[in-house]
Structures are given as structure tokens and as C-alpha cells.
Ligand binder design. Structure first.
Ligand code: PMP
Length: 284
């Protein structure tokens, strides 16, 4: 049984509760972060903390817990739950208040919840096999750079992919790929250039994206941050996705068409290897 962090306390799963009036529950009025854990240590905690602050600022919420305290809480969770590999999920909502579209007073106590989830991250069947992707219309709201807990459309899209025998969906606005349901999307052109959507409110600025693009730069691979079409993806040499808990994951099929040889490509494999190596070095 896990110990869950709820507003300053570590509670058993049974006792970890929030109010039915919580605005996270009623309005999806909250922000979250997922930090992966390898070797009992946190990957890119600083990056996740900075994005948490940015996301909160975007919805006019101020984080009233200091970075050091949040780090200490993450470490406590790791120790209390003996977590070696997996993730820590953190959610901050605007707190509980009488139901009203207008925000409650700024001094309303925010709800902070965090829990661990065990998961095998390095050894992954998906990474060996590669993912099958379908493309779907991106029907999310317009502030996709803000990591809110409003995840129903990505969840529907994921189910749509599964119902078609695929693993995940890439979303499309105006005929151009934005990103995956819960990851950033990349292709490798026949010239060996990595192409991924440029940062804008249409995608989430992935913490893993930043680190993996740095790995690619270090390998002297050319990068283009721009939009691309599903047709360009289907004709690419390779494709892959990145996220905190999947690292780099090869994509082998898009809308039923094999990409390249229909198996994980060498650049995706290399980037996965290097990203894991670098993450283990810098984990805290
Ligand atoms: N895009 C979306 C929509 C996501 O949900 C995620 C995962 N949180 C990502 C990209 C990847 O971000 P990160 O590398 O920070 O996990």
C-alpha cells in the first residue's frame, strides 16, 4: 500500500482524500507534472518544477510551495514507498470552494497531491517493438502548452487508437501534426534530419523533448523545428515520440503504413540509449 502526499501529510491510500468541491474535480482547474524515477532518483526535477510554475502562472495560480520543499516531498515519497523505478505524479489545483465559474479568493488553500507509481521504464516491450500510430483531428483547447489536468480528449484519442489496433494517436491541426496524446512527435527524413513541431501554444513543451534535442545536437544530427504532415511522416525514414516516462519510443507504423523498414530505427534507438545514459548521470 502506497503512502500518498495530500496537503502536507503522508497518508495511506484509503485515507488520501480531497473535497468533492475541489476545483480540480469540478472544473479541471489544476496543473500536473510527472517526473520519472530511475535508480531511486528523479530525472530532470528542475525542468518539471519550472514548467509547473509556468503552467500555474498561465492559469493565474501561484505556487506557494518552494522548490526545495517540493524536492524534499518528492524524495520522501520515494523513500516511504521504496520506489526504485517509475514515476511521481504531482497535481496542484485551485482548491475547494463553492461551485462558481469565477475563481475563489486568491488566498483559498490550493490542493496539492502527489503519489508514486511503479513502472518498468528502461526495459520496455514497446521500445523493442515500436509503436503503431493513427492520426486524428486535434480537438483539444488552444492552450496545449499549459499542462492542465483536462485530459479527456487525449484519453478519447488514445482509446480510438486502441480500438483500431494501434498504440497511440498523433493529433493534427489544419492538416499538420501537433504532437501525440501524451508525447511529442518526431520524424527523421530520408536526409537524416530530425523534424519536430516548433514550440507554440499548440503543443506541450516537453522536458524530454528539450533533453533529447540536446542529445541529437551532441550527435551532430540536424534538427528542424517545424510542422509536418502525416504524408511526410508516412514517407519518413524513421519516427519516434518522447515523454518523461517513455523516454524515446520508436514509431513503426502510421495509419496502417509502415515507416521505413517497419522496425525501430537506428536514430531513435541511439537517442533512447543516450538519453537514458545522460538521465542516469544527472538524476538527483
Ligand atoms: N505532449 C503532451 C500532450 C504530453 O501530455 C506530454 C507528457 N506529459 C508530453 C508532450 C511530453 O512531455 P514530457 O517530456 O515533459 O513528459
Amino acid at each position: 500500500m502506497r503512502e500518498i502526499y495530500v496537503n502536507g501529510q503522508y497518508l495511506s491510500e484509503e485515507n488520501a482524500k480531497v473535497s468533492v468541491f475541489d476545483r480540480g474535480f469540478l472544473f479541471a482547474d489544476g496543473i500536473y507534472e510527472v517526473t520519472s524515477v530511475l535508480d531511486g532518483r528523479l530525472i530532470d526535477f528542475d525542468g518539471h518544477f519550472e514548467r509547473l510554475e509556468r503552467s500555474m502562472a498561465a492559469i493565474e495560480m501561484k505556487l506557494d510551495i518552494k522548490k526545495e520543499a517540493l524536492l524534499e516531498m518528492h524524495r520522501q515519497l520515494l523513500v516511504r514507498n521504496s520506489l526504485n523505478e517509475g514515476l511521481i505524479y504531482l497535481q496542484v489545483t485551485r482548491g475547494a470552494a463553492e461551485r462558481d465559474f469565477a475563481f475563489p479568493p486568491v488566498n483559498t488553500k490550493k490542493t496539492i497531491v502527489a503519489f508514486t507509481q511503479e513502472k518498468s521504464l528502461i526495459k520496455s516491450k514497446d521500445a523493442k517493438r515500436g509503436l503503431k500510430i493513427i492520426t486524428l483531428e486535434d480537438m483539444r483547447w488552444g492552450m496545449c502548452d499549459v499542462k492542465t489536468v483536462q485530459l479527456l480528449y487525449p484519453s478519447l484519442a488514445k482509446m480510438q487508437a486502441k480500438s483500431q489496433g494501434a498504440d497511440d494517436a498523433w493529433l493534427m491541426r489544419d492538416g499538420l501534426i501537433t504532437e501525440g496524446t501524451s508525447n511529442n512527435a518526431y520524424i527523421v527524413t530520408n536526409e537524416g534530419v530530425i523534424v519536430t513541431r516548433d514550440l507554440s501554444p499548440q503543443i506541450l513543451s516537453g522536458i524530454t523533448r528539450k533533453a533529447v534535442l540536446q542529445c541529437a545536437k551532441d550527435l551532430q544530427i540536424k534538427i528542424e523545428e517545424r510542422a509536418f504532415t502525416p504524408e511526410e511522416a508516412a514517407n519518413a525514414k524513421e519516427a519516434f515520440v518522447t515523454s518523461a516516462t517513455t523516454f524515446v519510443m520508436p514509431v513503426i507504423e502510421i495509419d496502417g503504413k509502415a515507416i521505413g523498414k517497419g522496425e525501430p530505427g537506428p536514430i531513435a534507438k541511439k537517442l533512447r540509449e543516450i538519453y537514458i545514459e545522460e538521465s542516469l548521470k544527472s538524476a538527483i
